[in-house]
Design a binder for this molecule. Structure first.
Ligand SMILES: [Zn+2]
Length: 501
């Protein structure tokens, strides 16, 4: 694990943008058409320790509270839900308090690459953490938000569910030693409030990252109790479980994986557990389409997932309300989002990962920031990659060069969205099925394009979707449809094809 040295005292100078404005004010009004627009600040490179090449001026030293709700679909909340939201309390609270980015998507469909992308502003193929394997690792030279803000004096802390969100694999690279706490649960709202108070009030500015698996499978599993070890699991007849999997193609095993928190560690741990996990993945990929009993399991799983959302909603809304009441969000930036969604039979599959359709890529994204409007819904395609550049912009650091993300501030002021990219690798190690594929998608508010390259045969397939007419992405259009789409979209598609990754 790399650590960041305590920030050195830095000379405070006027921020570059303020200096530029001051210089402009001294210019004669030569043309008589009013003040020219100030030049945009030049993007600069950030080193691996988070320090920018450019001059850093006076910063807005706000606390940052960044909440990631693993596996929470966008349509669990307003304004993304088409009917009643499954998380009404959080919808109401953040709908009133924050800006909601209605067209936000994730750059990856599962936890490791998505969270790493969020925290670095880079696509999975750029930060390196992309394949579901023991070798998953974010490139150490890539600065994370903990390093970028840490270099300027922000003290970091994290409460996470562990797993892929770890210091060992680089996702939490740069977080301060002893400040990555796992596991935790919003269900312990009172405890969480005390811990949040301790961290945010003891030192300013504080960057606190909270990542919870409470909506993740196994659905409605017991929320982790801070400071307590899980009870020992019961014993199972594993031979009988394996015989059943041979007979039903893995459906009962998939049910156990999704719904039975008590047997999970025993059945899916170790070498044999990996084999069983591959059986489950194959059933998600093939069985959901072909097994006559699949619709019943999909419905049962969805009901449990939604019950979990309701539980998370109550706990999260209680914690957020308490944070507001206690002043923890005064002079602070609050981000609430999810890393990806979850599938329940859409496109003949379940669970997450392995595909780039919207049931996985669309995510909720709320930002509450000093000086930003409250209760506003902002349209325009954007990405989770944009959160880090937004924080950099909000506190007054120079814009980051060489990152795929960009600040969301222009979007809040009414600017346009842009086509955004998502990526996925689909290998035999993950699916248990032959294949070595790379998927890439380009999406804006109205259109979607997905390319799948099979690296063994060299074959590529492409799908295009008109999201206005076909929001569920069920009727792919000919790939040539893209030729008639806007130039910015065509350029993004051309670049994605050229990269071939
Ligand atoms: Zn996740």
């Amino acid at each position: 694990m790399r650590t960041v040295a305590p920030a050195e005292p830095r000379p405070l100078r006027a921020p570059a943008r303020v200096a530029a404005l001051a210089a402009l004010a001294l210019l004669p009004m030569a043309c008589g058409r009013g003040s020219p627009a100030p030049p945009a600040p030049e993007p600069v490179r950030y080193a691996a320790d988070g320090r920018p090449e450019g001059t850093v001026g006076t910063l807005a030293r706000w606390n940052v509270m960044w909440v990631c709700l693993d596996t929470v679909r966008a349509d669990a909340l307003l304004p993304w839900a088409t009917g009643a939201p499954k998380m009404p309390l959080t919808s109401e609270l953040l709908g009133r308090e924050a800006v909601a980015f209605a067209d936000a998507t994730s750059p990856a469909p599962w936890t490791g690459p998505a969270v790493a992308s969020m925290l670095t502003g880079l696509l999975p193929s750029e930060h390196g953490g992309r394949e579901l394997s023991d070798a998953f690792r974010v490139v150490p030279a890539v600065p994370t938000v903990f390093e970028v803000l840490g270099a300027q004096g922000w003290r970091s802390g994290a409460f996470t569910g562990g797993g892929w969100v770890s210091t060992e694999n680089g996702v939490l690279q740069g977080i301060e030693p002893d400040e990555a706490h796992a596991p935790f649960s919003f269900a312990g709202a009172a405890t969480m409030l005390l811990r949040s108070q301790r961290l945010t009030r003891a030192v300013r500015p504080r960057l606190l990252f909270l990542h919870t698996f409470e909506a993740h499978d196994p659905y409605l599993g017991p929320p982790a109790s801070p400071g307590t070890a899980p009870p020992p699991g019961p014993t199972f007849d594993l031979a009988a479980i394996d015989r059943e999997a041979e007979q039903d193609g893995g459906r009962a095993l998939a049910r156990r994986f999704l719904l039975d928190a008590g047997s999970r560690a025993v059945v899916f741990g170790g070498v044999h557990g990996r084999r069983r996990l591959a059986t489950v993945t194959r059933w998600f990929e093939r069985g959901v389409r072909s097994d006559p009993a699949a619709p019943a399991l999909v419905a049962e799983a969805k009901a449990a997932y939604e019950a979990g959302l309701a539980r998370l909603d109550r706990a999260l809304a209680a914690w957020l309300s308490a944070c507001l009441t206690e002043g923890l969000l005064d002079d602070a930036v609050l981000v609430v989002t999810a890393d990806h969604g979850e599938g329940f039979g859409e496109h003949g599959t379940m669970h997450h990962g392995r595909r780039l359709y919207d049931e996985l890529l669309r995510v909720p994204l709320f930002v509450r920031a000093p000086g930003w409007p409250r209760g506003k819904v902002v349209r325009g395609s954007c990405s989770l990659l944009d959160v880090l550049p937004t924080l950099v912009d909000l506190v007054g650091l120079p814009p980051m060069a060489d990152v795929a993300g960009r600040s969301l501030a222009p979007l809040v002021r009414g600017g346009p969205g842009r086509p955004v990219v998502a990526e996925e690798r689909r290998t035999e190690a993950e699916t248990g099925l032959p294949g070595d594929e790379t998927l890439v998608s380009v999406r804006d508010e109205r259109r979607k394009w997905i390319r799948t390259v099979d690296h063994r045969s060299g074959a590529a397939t492409e799908e295009a979707f008109d999201l206005d007419a076909d929001p569920r992405e069920e009727r792919p259009l000919p790939a040539s449809t893209v030729d008639g789409w806007p130039a910015a979209f065509r350029d993004a598609v051309r670049e994605a094809r050229a990269r071939g990754r």
